[in-house]
Structure formats: structure tokens, C-alpha cells
Design a protein around this ligand. Structure first.
Ligand code: MTE
Ligand code: HPA
Ligand code: MOS
Length: 787
């Protein structure tokens, strides 16, 4: 099945929040936010803004009828600042006006006097100062401390991993519409309607049932709307509550980048102990997560970093320490992979460092340590249906890893300034929310008298293909054409208490819930037919291509006739299904358990070419063997693999999220934040799927797909590094992502640049780095020419 929305998206007909018809008298809100990363508010002056023609009101923290608190896990986040600010972009006041233009103009007329305090932007500094959110956690397996002595080689190192901006196409937005009786309907661009409902109820001092949240679809979330859609929905609701009119709040791209959190940057220390033939005996890592100013989802993200710190490898002795460090940046949040990618990057770096020292191909150590069936992961779960080696072996069979390495070596011998590199990137990603409680979902199925079907689940369509998957699952279960099925908007009055659409688990959870609802309806329909036709075995009834069969033989009944008969016989044609993932648990006091229903495995091979004089590079090919179980919609899943890969490649290479010491983002627009585009994507992208593999825990044997492919992108860093080391074999390059072309150039020619730094260059020139880069190339060429 194609993505159900494909045609309407292409024609521009799909509706998002601000495509809904505009109600009469709608008002528009705009946010006044802090321009200071850390300080005490001395005086907030909104009087002037209030006098501007068209301004209806200006709201501040004092105007909240309920509690000024929207923290999702830890209650440390105000909706509007009270007496202090903690990051640039923190909402301080809200203007409500008759047009967006007036609202934005009025925002410029608000002034605030702040006593500035020194901001902290570095997680290690925050940690040293005791600015820690929650409590640091440690996972143990085996006995690291007593293993170092047995290792032939011990390598230590440090990684600095940059964040990532979500760049969902639809920026954060919401429309709140007052309802009779003091209630509120909120159209929100959120991955988590129930989270918006709870927070809006709280800030308005209303019970949850007074707030209805409706989501038709969102224009991408990527984790950025798992929690952080809440504030904007609450602000719109606050304005609607005060004015009694519908209010829309839309963030501009610039404000969105400024005010919302991103993927968490990490700074990590690793220590790896190996034998000389490449067995990893011990691995110790300390992760300092740059959490930003409030907790948001940071503690949950940190937990997934702990879970994925050994990626796809079995390491018998492990110690993983991780802490959420509070800094003066916007609260960092969920982003595809949810802390897993950062954990994986560090062990891949450790393997790179160890193999470079041993003079061993990186892939040799990777392969030697891949997980095998039944291996113990550091959190106490044993791997089952382990496909680490299977996907690697398949990739090797299809693409011949040794031959690639040989081909690259001989190319590099024959070329001086152009070098090629490659990396193999295996992945192992746990499926289930790490917080067991969240692994529940509901679905409401109505069959109408004409045989058409309407389904509401708790899942949000964000482009990932959820509604297409649910429709395919339901069509298969009912034995009817998918065209008969409509997936309704996600709405808290139809399905309650949904978890966020996240953790790649939305199709699994809501698909299972839908199957349970459909199962009830089918059971009733079969009993009816047994009764009508005097049959003896209800279980022998099946519906195939809309024909009702008994023991595989036609009964003369079809789907519409059966449904019609059920209605006239007063048989219920609606059902609610509830699913809770079985068999999962985790004990945080022991840091052991069985948190994941299953794991997703795969192996990617990434080849690159680096121009070592200019620092520029191309990604030549990405070849993947991925485990989708039995995909219900292979085309949709392939889209997820390609999209995830693109985001992973971008994170590792181009997307440089810079901020200065004052806590201001420097890359705060799409002019300064470089995204991968179609030209950047590999010239060759080949994705092979494991064939005939079932996943007993997914609906119809499917496997979750949303996040895991992002982590293939990590291989790009090591492929580029491989090429760089072909040019400078002895160099010990930092594990500092993203590895932008600028960094490649600077690192390859570090000494030349050092020579240049002693006053030879005009210090004040604005584009000093660019000038340096060019000079470096010129000097380097001279150096070569002079022998
Ligand atoms: N794909 C698209 N097109 N848009 C998105 O926002 N989000 C990703 C992934 N793929 C996203 C996407 C993230 S972060 C997750 S967790 C999953 O989709 C969520 O959807 P799923 O649980 O249905 O896989
Ligand atoms: N993954 C993604 N999102 C989440 C999780 C998780 O494990 N837990 C809470 N939100
Ligand atoms: Mo995805 S980061 O779990 O929304």
C-alpha cells in the first residue's frame, strides 16, 4: 500500500492546523521570550504593547488560572517565566491580537529588565557545579575494574557529540477553540495529544475532560513534538480562555529554532580494553548529557543512552555512567533515536581508537564482538531472535566487505589528495518505551451499516505512515478492501490517555489495539452467522476478499450483507481494543530487567570520498541489510529507512548546531544550519531486507522501523575518518561530531594552521576561519610542490 496521504500531500490538499477553516473572530497570539540565557527578572513592562491598536491583551505568569507548571516528568518547567529566566527563548509573556502581524509588532514593544547571571552551556561544567537533573545512573555488567589487567590494550578517549535541530516542515503551532461550559478544543501539532490535554487542564485549573485535543496529522515531529508541542498549545488555550475567542499561535521558523530544544549534545569519556586479536573485554563510559534548562524528557533520553551504550556488541564487562546536566540552553528533548545514537557513537569511537592502535581493520573488531543469540545485555535482558550477525553476514555476502576494503586501499595507494574511506555500521535498537508504563494503547473501531469502517487510535500520523499501516492491518484482519477503511483524526474524546507517538512503537501498539477491537467485532459477526446458518464451528469462518467463507468454501454471504444482517439483528458493530505490551519490565533500583519487547537489527556499509586538500567529501554509497520482520507496507517502511538514514547522515556530517558562551544559537536559521539535501544523499543507496523473518511481537510479524535506520548514519563519521587516516595515517583525530567539511580541513592540516595562527593573519577579519582554510590549502600545496 502507498502512503494514504501521498496524493493529497503532493497536491497540497492535506490539512494541517492552520489549514483548518478560520472561525469568525479568531485572534492570534505571539510569544515574547527572553533574550538572556540566565538572569533575574527585575521588571517586565507590557504596558506599551497593550496600547497598540489591535492588541486584545498581554498575558503573563500572573494570568494563569491554574498551575504554572508543564514539566512532563519532573515539575521544573513554567509555562511563562516568573522571576527568573534560564535560557534564550524562554517564554515570558504572550500577546493576543487581531492579526499575527499586530501580535508580532506588539511583542517588539515589550521590555524586560534582567539582572544577568553567568550562563552555563557546557555539560561538564554544569556537572562539576552539581547542576544535575534527577540522579546520575550507572549500569553494570560483569566486573570492569578487575578486567583491565587482563587486557592487551586499553584505550581511553573523549567524544563530543553535537545536538540536532528537528526541522519538521510544520513549525510548532496550535489553535484553541473555547467550547460551551468552559471547555476547550485544541488543534495541536503534537505527537502527544494526552500530554497536551493534561498540561492545558492543569494550567487552566480544569479537569482533563474539559479539554479536547484533536490532531489530524502533523507535518513532522521527529521527537520535537513528543513533549515540546505542549507549551504552544497551552499558551493558545490560555489566550482563548481569557478572550473567549478562538486563538491561533504559530511559531516562525526563526522563533521555533530559538525557543525549542533539540537533540541532546553529549560529552563522553570512554575506556576500552581489548585482546590483541580484537575481543572487547571491558568497556567503561561516562556520559555527560547537555540537558538544557529544564528536565523535559532528558531523564528518559538518558535512560535510552544507557541501554544502547554497547550498541550491537556483546561486552562481558561493562560500566556505564550517565548524568543529565542542567545548562542554560533551551530544554533539549526527544529526537529520533532518543539518546540511543549518542550512546552508540561513543562505543563506535572506542572501537575506532582501539583498532587504529592495533592496526586492525575496524570491521574486524566489530564483527568479532557482535551479539549472538542469548547474549546478556548490560541491563539484564538476553537477546532473542538476534540478527546482528545475520544482517552483517548478509551484507558481506551481497557486498563483500573485504573486497571493498581492498578496493579502497588500492585506490588510496594510487591517489594522493583524494582518499576513499568506508565503515560498517551495525545497529541494535530496543523496541518499547523504556518506561514500561507507557507501553499501552487503545483503538476504537466502528463498522457502519454500509460496511465502511472508521478507526480512531491513540497514534498520531506525522508522515511516518501510521494511518497507512493501521488501515493495512485492519483490512487484513477484516478481510476487506483498505479503501473501505478511514482512519480518523486522533482525538482525546474518542481514545483517552494515549502515550506519545514515539519510540518507533506507534504501529506496534496501536496496530495490536486495533486487532483486539476488530477481534471482538469479528467474534460477534461469526456468532451471528453460526446462528443464522446453523453452523457448528465459528472458527472455520473467514472473510477473504470481502467474501465470507466456511471451511474455505463460499457461504453466499459477503461483507456488506453480513454487516447489514448484524445491524438488523441488533449486534454491536463497534468495539474498543486495549493493548499492553506483555512480558516487559524494568527494575530501576537494580538497573536490570527486560525493558524491550524485541530489538531491531541491521548492518550498513558506507563509502565516502574525501578531497583532502579542500576538506569536502561525497557519500558514494550506502548499502544496508535491514530487518523489518514481515513488513505490512514495505514501501512505507523503505521510506522510513531512507528518511532515517538522511537524518543520521546529516547529524554526523553537516548539521552543526552552534551556540556561543552567552547561550545564543548562532545557527538559528536554515541559512546557517546546513541540512542534507538530495545532492548530499549517496549516489547509490541499496536497501536489502531480511527475507522470511517473522517478528512474533509485531502485528502480523512486522517490526518497528521509525528510529533505528537513523543510526546507520553514524557510519559516515567513521568512513570519513577512515579516508582522513589514509591521508594522515598517524593522526589521532578528535571524536567530535559533526565532521563538517570545515572540520575535516582543519584537522587534516592542523599543524599548518597552527603556524598561521601566530599573527600572520588578520585576527579581526570576520571570516577568519574561511581565510585560514584557504591559506592552509595554498600553503599546503606549496609545501608539496617544494617537496
Ligand atoms: N517520519 C516522518 N516522516 N516524520 C516524523 O516526524 N518521526 C520519527 C519516525 N519517523 C518521524 C518519522 C520518530 S522520532 C519516531 S519515534 C517514529 O517515526 C514515530 O512513529 P512510529 O512509532 O510510527 O514509528
Ligand atoms: N523512546 C521514545 N520516547 C520516549 C521513550 C522512549 O523510550 N520514553 C518516553 N518517551
Ligand atoms: Mo521519537 S524521538 O521517539 O519521537
Amino acid at each position: 500500500m502507498k502512503h494514504i496521504d501521498a496524493a493529497a500531500h503532493t497536491r497540497g490538499e492535506s490539512q494541517y492546523v492552520d489549514d483548518l477553516p478560520q472561525p469568525a473572530e479568531m485572534l492570534y497570539a505571539a510569544v515574547f521570550s527572553s533574550d538572556v540565557a540566565h538572569g533575574k527578572i527585575l521588571k517586565l513592562d507590557t504596558a506599551k504593547a497593550g496600547t497598540i491598536d489591535g492588541v486584545v491583551m498581554v498575558l503573563t505568569a500572573a494570568d494563569l488560572p491554574g498551575e504554572n507548571q508543564i514539566g512532563p516528568i519532573i515539575q521544573d518547567e513554567t509555562l511563562l517565566a516568573v522571576d527568573a529566566v534560564h535560557y534564550v527563548g524562554e517564554p515570558v509573556a504572550l500577546v493576543v491580537a487581531t492579526s499575527p502581524e499586530v501580535a508580532h509588532k506588539a511583542v517588539k514593544n515589550i521590555s524586560v529588565k534582567i539582572k544577568e547571571l553567568r550562563p552555563v552551556t557546557d555539560p561538564r561544567e554544569a556537572f562539576a557545579k552539581g547542576q544535575i537533573i534527577g540522579t546520575p545512573r550507572t549500569f553494570h555488567l560483569g566486573d570492569v575494574d578487575n578486567t583491565w589487567a587482563q587486557c592487551d590494550l586499553i584505550m581511553e578517549g573523549r567524544c563530543d557529540i553535537s545536538g540536532q535541530e528537528h526541522v519538521y516542515l510544520e513549525t510548532q503551532r496550535a489553535r484553541a477553540v473555547p467550547l460551551e461550559g468552559g471547555g476547550m478544543r485544541i488543534h495541536s501539532s503534537t505527537q502527544s495529544p494526552a500530554a497536551v490535554q493534561r498540561a492545558a487542564a492543569k494550567i487552566l485549573g480544569l479537569p482533563n475532560n474539559k479539554i479536547e485535543v484533536d490532531v489530524k496529522r502533523i507535518g513532522g515531529g521527529f521527537g520535537g513534538k513528543e513533549d515540546q508541542a505542549t507549551a504552544w498549545s497551552c499558551l493558545a488555550a490560555l489566550a482563548a480562555w481569557h478572550t473567549g475567542k478562538p486563538v491561533e499561535l504559530v511559531l516562525s521558523r526563526h522563533d521555533d529554532i530559538k525557543m525549542t530544544g533539540k537533540r541532546h549534545p553529549y560529552s563522553s569519556d570512554f575506556k576500552i580494553g581489548v585482546t590483541k586479536d580484537g575481543k572487547i573485554l571491558a568497556y567503561e563510559v561516562k556520559h555527560y548529557q547537555n540537558s538544557g534548562a529544564t528536565a523535559d524528557l532528558s531523564t528518559a533520553v538518558l535512560e535510552r543512552t544507557l541501554f544502547h551504550s554497547t550498541n550491537s556488541y556483546f561486552v562481558p564487562n561493562v560500566k556505564i555512567f550517565a548524568a543529565c546536566c542542567r545548562t542554560n540552553l533551551p530544554p533539549n528533548t526527544a529526537f529520533r533515536g532518543f539518546g540511543g545514537p549518542q550512546g552508540m557513537f561513543v562505543i563506535e569511537s572506542a572501537i575506532a581508537k582501539a583498532t587504529e592502535k592495533l592496526g586492525m581493520p575496524r570491521e574486524e573488531m566489530q564483527y568479532k564482538n557482535l551479539l549472538q543469540e542469548g547474549d546478556m545485555l548490560p541491563y539484564g535482558q538476553r537477546t532473542a531472535d538476534t540478527r546482528s550477525r545475520i544482517t552483517w553476514d548478509e551484507a558481506d555476502k551481497a557486498f563483500n566487505i573485504a573486497a571493498i576494503h581492498k578496493r579502497i586501499d588500492s585506490y588510496n595507494e594510487a591517489h594522493f589528495e583524494i582518499k576513499k574511506g568506508f565503515a560498517v555500521m551495525p545497529i541494535c535498537f530496543g523496541i518499547s518505551f523504556t518506561n514500561t508504563m507507557l507501553n499501552q494503547a487503545s483503538s476504537l473501531v466502528h463498522v457502519y451499516t454500509d460496511g465502511s469502517v472508521g478507526i480512531t487510535t491513540g497514534g498520531v500520523e506525522m508522515g511516518q505512515g501510521l494511518i497507512t499501516n493501521i488501515a493495512a492491518i485492519a483490512a487484513k484482519a477484516l478481510g476487506i478492501r483498505p479503501e473501505r477503511i478511514k482512519i480518523e483524526s486522533t482525538n482525546t474524546t474518542r481514545v483517552a490517555n494515549m502515550s506519545a507517538s514515539a519510540a518507533s512503537a506507534t504501529t506496534d501498539l496501536n496496530g495490536h489495539a486495533t486487532l483486539l477491537a476488530i477481534g471482538q467485532i469479528l467474534e460477534r459477526l461469526k456468532s451471528l452467522l453460526v446462528h443464522e446458518q446453523h453452523l457448528s464451528h465459528a472458527e472455520k469462518i473467514t472473510i477473504v476478499d470481502e467474501q465470507v467463507l466456511y471451511d474455505g468454501q463460499p457461504t453466499g454471504w459477503d461483507w456488506p450483507k453480513l454487516v447489514q444482517k448484524a445491524y438488523t439483528s441488533r449486534v454491536a458493530l463497534s468495539a474498543h481494543g486495549y493493548y499492553a505490551t506483555p512480558g516487559i519490565w524494568f527494575d530501576r533500583t537494580k538497573e536490570k530487567g527486560h525493558p524491550f519487547a524485541y530489538h531491531v537489527f541491521g548492518t550498513a556499509i558506507i563509502e565516502v570520498t574525501v578531497d583532502c586538500l579542500r576538506g569536502t567529501y561525497d557519500i558514494n554509497s550506502v548499502k544496508i541489510v535491514h530487518d523489518l520482520g514481515r513488513p505490512i507496507n514495505e514501501l512505507v517502511d523503505r521510506g522510513q529507512i531512507e528518511g532515517g538514514l538522511a537524518q543520521g547522515l546529516g547529524w554526523m556530517t553537516l548539521e552543526e548546531l552552534k551556540f556561543d558562551d552567552t547561550g545564543h544559537y548562532l545557527s538559528n536559521s536554515l541559512a546557517t544550519y546546513k541540512l542534507p539535501d538530495v545532492y548530499f544523499m549517496p549516489d547509490l543507496l541499496e536497501v536489502k531486507l531480511l527475507e522470511n523473518v517473522d517478528n512474533p511481537r509485531g502485528p502480523y510479524g512486522t517490526k518497528a522501523v521509525g528510529e533505528p535506520p537513523l543510526m546507520y548514519g553514524i557510519g559516515a563519521f567513521f568512513a570519513i575518518r577512515h579516508a582522513m587516516r589514509a591521508f594522515r595515517p598517524k593522526a589521532d583525530f578528535p571524536f567530535h561530531s559533526p565532521l563538517t567539511p570545515e572540520k575535516v580541513l582543519m584537522q587534516l592540516h592542523a599543524e599548518v594552521l597552527d603556524n598561521l595562527k601566530d599573527g600572520k593573519l588578520e585576527k579581526k577579519t570576520k571570516r577568519r576561519r574561511d581565510v585560514l582554510a584557504i591559506k592552509a590549502v595554498v600553503l599546503f600545496k606549496q609545501k608539496i610542490e617544494n617537496g
